[in-house]
Design a protein around this ligand. Sequence first.
Ligand SMILES: [Zn+2]
Length: 118
Amino acid sequence: MNCEKCGTSIDPDEKYEHAGQILCEDCYLDMKAAPKVCDPWAVYTAKKEAGANPTLTPIQEKILNLIRKKGETTAEEICREIGIKEEEFRTNFAALRHMELARATKKGDEIYFTTFSN
Ligand SMILES: [Zn+2]
């Protein structure tokens, strides 16, 4: 029997079931620990990566560098400067937020993006 998530072989006595999937203990605990958000898989991946040594994709790096350079910036500006679609920005920003590298802040009607420790 194998874990349906990571594929590791598991003893039938040690299997865990979550949302209809058979999981190993590690994956089960990860599922349980993951906060409920619109994209659990992004959080799961981000947390895993942030643990030891965060690995950013080139787009995530560009977003983070731009935010660092500007201090505070809007999604519009980020998309224009980097040349990505807003949808792409949102997905990548979610990962940065879960790695606690960047965050969003509201000023009036506008949402600004800034670094986490600001
Ligand atoms: Zn597993």
